[in-house]
Design a protein around this ligand. Sequence first.
Ligand code: HSE
Length: 328
Amino acid sequence: MKTWNVALIGLGSVGRGVAEVLAGDERFRIVAAADSKSGVIDPAGLNIEEILAKKKKTGRCGDPAWPAARISAEAEYDILVEVTPTNAETGEPALSIIKTAIMRGKHVVTSNKGPVSLASAELLRLAEENNVGFLFEGTVAGAVPILRGIKYGLAGNKIKALYGVLNGTCNYILTRMEEEGLTYVQALAEARDLGYAEADPTYDINGTDAAIKLVILANTMLGMDVKLDDVQRTGISDLTVDALLMAEETGHSIRLIATLHPEKNLLEVSPRLISKTNPLVVTGTLNAVTVETEYAGAITFIGRGAGSVETASAILADLLFITDKYDR
Ligand code: HSE
């Protein structure tokens, strides 16, 4: 059995989850790792626990002479796993790091929404030209296999519409306000403590994070060519506990819903009043996506939309897809 060498870029919550999921898995060996300030390489395989302990103590995982960009460009590895935080404006530095790896003929798996929402067509074309895999299941709905579910599970079906709860932070806030009467500010503080919110939680609250995921779905699964600015966005910061309680009195909940209607060219993220019997009314940090299809009717995917090992689960599936397809 071949062991695939992995370069792990990003040692935050998702990076640690990847290390945990790959620990003891003979199919993979982490031979390089980087945080935002430094990097470390060992062709025999890194001791990630030691590296994380060093990072905790010194603020760096390794040597500043080996930043992520240099690892991508010069280190020996088979697959680059890129799991740094999202930059929605430029996608950098991840976008350049990913391109460099692909152009060296390395496979790339990422959970980073920035590069995929900004440049999926270019990155997929580059990957094809270089005969490598570029996969990003973890960018949308975390552990939920929504991209593979649409691409393969629903292959051949026309997608007529898609409705999703795509931001766990907002869903957690709305659930806590509805069920416990917490204020928006209290609930947001809890969501941040849980580690679900983006580095800048404004992205979650104002609908940007859900909109980015909608762009990824539209461009990579529905053959559209849209940008973040094409998504009409309304966030949840103006919602009050009273509004949620009034909704509840009539058997409804308010959820931040991302809507995609390809034929109407409609892309929207906004709070919507929906019946509690609708499967999209999930609680806590769960995500849910209903896909309306030509032959299969409506199918709803529900599951954990963020988190450390949960996102790593999607990354592992991408890694195994690559090892299966490119066994060389
Ligand atoms: N901040 C995101 C969320 C993380 O709350 O859903 C997963 O993309």
